[in-house]
Design a protein around this ligand. Structure first.
Ligand code: MG
Ligand code: MG
Length: 254
């Protein structure tokens, strides 16, 4: 069931989203060669806790940590670890969720560690643009799959492939609510979008083949061809005019 949010719920989701955005902002300067992903995770967890929220992912279905940090061919669900040490040229995808007074925000961002090669940079920038191509279709009256189709069309125009095994989702009192939101498919299908729905749109785009596999740890998911992947996600509110991004902060808050 797709839930419509009350003004109170929207207020709490704006706060949760702001906390997620502030956790991204706190960790970003530390994405440097030599940093390990356990240390990055600690910064994220401390930021979320200091702002009065809890990390949505910690113990979610047994996931051990506050954030997912996935490097290069790791697509999603990388487990932070002392042994995962960043090097220059890495794509570092960080997925963060925060729960504030019972409501979740969820946002992923892929970052460049040092200088990326030209094709890795193209993947990073292309995936970010895929998110915004999808968001352009996130407006009342459109069908859900108009978002999916816009993402797939743009990714494939760039010569990249769309991961099928993981999808976006509704979000609110639950981290993952209906509807599932694939990043591929024909337009004009699925529910009609209405104001006060809250959705997490999250393209996962691969430089090579679309197939992925889960590693032995049961979480970390990598591309089958070991080529890199990127992941961008925002939690949004559908409004009468279009959409409002909940997982961002205005620069004036700095
Ligand atoms: Mg996420
Ligand atoms: Mg999500």
């Amino acid at each position: 069931m797709v839930t419509m949010k009350s003004p109170r719920e929207i207020h709490l989701m704006r706060e949760a989203g702001r906390i997620v955005a502030l956790a991204h902002r706190a960790v970003q300067p530390h994405i440097q060669p030599g940093a390990n992903t356990r240390m990055l995770n600690q910064i994220i967890e401390q930021t979320i806790l200091s702002l009065g929220a809890t990390p949505s992912f910690k113990h979610y279905n047994g996931f051990p940590d506050a954030s997912c940090i996935s490097i290069n061919e790791q697509v999603v669900h990388g487990i932070p670890s002392k042994g995962a040490i960043l090097k220059g040229g890495d794509i570092v995808s960080i997925d963060i969720g925060a729960k504030y007074h019972g409501y979740h925000g969820d946002s992923a961002w892929s970052y460049a560690c040092g200088e990326l090669s030209a094709n890795h940079l193209a993947l990073l920038e292309g995936t970010r643009l895929c998110l915004f191509k999808g968001l352009e279709q996130a407006k009342a009256g459109n069908h859900l799959s108009d978002i999916s189709h816009a993402i797939q069309t743009y990714a494939e125009q760039l010569g990249f492939s769309v991961v099928r095994d993981f999808v976006g989702h509704g979000i609110g009192a639950q981290l993952h609510e209906d509807p599932p939101i694939p990043n591929y498919g024909p337009p004009g299908r699925g529910i009609v979008l209405k104001p006060v729905m809250t959705l997490a749109i999250e393209p996962m785009i691969n430089l090579g083949c679309k197939e992925v596999q889960v590693q032995k740890d049961g979480w970390t998911t990598i591309t089958l061809d070991h080529q890199p992947s990127a992941h961008f996600e925002h939690t949004i509110l559908i409004t009468a005019e279009g959409y409002e991004i909940l997982t961002q902060v205005e620069d004036k808050e700095e």
